[in-house]
Design a protein around this ligand. Structure first.
Ligand code: SAM
Ligand code: TMP
Ligand code: ZN
Length: 408
């Protein structure tokens, strides 16, 4: 077990600060009868002394995660559908308002963002390696290329479609360890005045809220303004804007541009200063994050064991990729959490990775309501609370574990 690895951004030395143990693939939901050995890896996080990038110590081969049966759907949350619709409309009014605009989205998934662009008749391309979700995008009228985006893909898109005004990626760029190839591809694909816009979970929020379940195989990087700024410069780009987003438990939308093309916004200066002032990348801060994770693990297990001893029924809500980190770190199985309710067809009637907790459609949640629901989809809390008022009225209570273990 090595506590050192090589930085995927700058080849510097990465030193580990959190070990979340042996973990399965976070989206590998299994058929109940499947007795084959489950793929596992060691989930640990470190930070690069040279460029400050926070990243996983071990990399999972991409084909194991993103394939025909990749189950995650962007359209699973009403809030996210609105979020992506609003962004598409903003792009159409700004970056895509010129002559014959063109936008490329990496990881377009089921086309939740691009369908608005497609309906507006604007040239676009979604690049999406996961077959079933890419098919959903195509069915929604989105032009999709089933492929991993990387430098050769970018060159071939440029040859076929010409340069892009916008390259966009939501919850995708942080999934990709091979940044050099991605950013060379972006530089080759952008028009001189074009932008690369991406949004991902923000290290600053993850540390502040101890949302350690944002750490799993697919989240290879935990970005901050500080680390993205260095990464951009190393790869011939500049960080020109940042925007904090409330979605998915706290994200930042970064805008990169070619050198000199755009002025750096006040927001970038302010976020860089804030990260510096709070010591976000300091060893002591990152070590403190690790200590708080262990406390949450112990508190959550204590609570679930106590509830079981009292004969209470506890059910999970949302078979998120995040939940794999929690259940497998804590050793939570069907003995403590009866099943997990989830709206995603490809997850239902399967077993959650590692924990083997059954995943059932939402109808099971109300039939009858459990005493407690463990909110794994805490990033969608507002939407879920608004929809599940009958559970509360029936006396049900929510268990939360971010930023600490509490019952509401
Ligand atoms: N953008 C959507 C959203 O925010 O809801 C989907 C995010 S999903 C967590 C990540 C997506 O990235 C998956 O659909 C996966 O197949 C895709 N992906 C992974 N590696 C990629 C690559 N190299 N190029 C393009 N897409 C990739
Ligand atoms: P995410 O946190 O990665 O977006 O995953 C959310 C998961 O929770 C996804 O599998 C869909 C599921 N979900 C529900 O079951 N009910 C809901 O109301 C919402 C918003 C999500
Ligand atoms: Zn580095």
């Amino acid at each position: 077990m090595s506590t050192q690895s090589t930085c995927r951004v700058c080849a510097g030395a990465v030193t580990e600060f959190v070990d979340l143990g042996t973990q399965p693939l976070s989206d590998a939901f299994r058929e109940p009868g499947d007795t084959s050995e489950e793929f596992t890896y060691r989930l640990a996080v470190g930070s690069c002394a040279d460029c400050a990038m926070v990243q996983l110590m071990e990399e999972v081969p991409r084909e194991r995660m993103f394939h025909q049966d990749y189950p995650y759907l962007s359209q699973g949350s009403a809030v996210m559908r609105e979020h992506f619709g609003a962004l598409a409309r903003r792009f159409l009014d700004t970056e895509l308002a010129g002559e014959d605009p063109f936008v490329v989205e990496l990881g377009c998934n089921d086309g939740t963002m691009l369908r608005t662009v497609a309906r507006a008749g604007v040239r676009h391309l979604g690049v999406e390696p996961s077959g079933a979700v890419a098919d959903l995008a195509a069915e929604a009228g989105v032009r999709v290329r089933k492929d991993f985006f990387e430098e050769p893909t970018a060159l071939s898109i440029r040859e076929q479609d010409g340069p892009a005004d916008v390259v966009y990626a939501a919850n995708t760029f942080c999934h990709i360890p091979y940044v050099g190839s991605i950013l060379r591809g972006v530089v080759a694909l952008l028009k001189p005045g074009g932008v690369f816009v991406f949004e991902d979970p923000y290290l600053g929020d993850i540390v502040a809220q101890t949302s350690f379940d944002q750490i799993y195989d697919e989240h290879f990087f935990l970005f901050s303004a500080t680390s993205v700024d260095v990464m951009a410069r190393r790869h011939g780009l500049e960080l020109v804007d940042v925007e904090r987003l409330p979605v998915h438990g706290g994200e930042v939308r970064y805008t990169l541009a070619l050198p000199g093309a755009r002025a750096r916004s006040e927001a970038v200066v302010a976020l860089l200063a804030e990260e510096e002032a709070r010591g976000l990348h300091d060893r002591a801060v990152l070590d403190g994050f690790g200590d708080r994770i262990r406390a949450i693990r112990d508190d959550l297990l204590d609570l679930l064991r106590r509830l079981r001893a009292e004969g209470k029924r506890v059910v999970g809500y949302g078979a998120t990729a995040k939940s794999a980190t929690v259940t497998n770190l804590c050793g939570i199985g069907p003995d403590l959490v009866e099943f997990i309710s989830d709206t995603t067809p490809a997850k239902q009637h399967r077993l959650a990775p590692g924990s083997r907790i059954p995943v059932l459609p939402p109808a099971a949640f109300a039939d009858p309501y459990p005493d407690y629901a463990l909110l794994f989809a805490w990033n969608h809390a507002e939407e879920i609370m608004a929809k599940e008022t009958a559970f509360r009225e029936a006396g049900g209570r929510w268990i939360r574990y971010v930023p600490d273990v509490h019952v509401v």
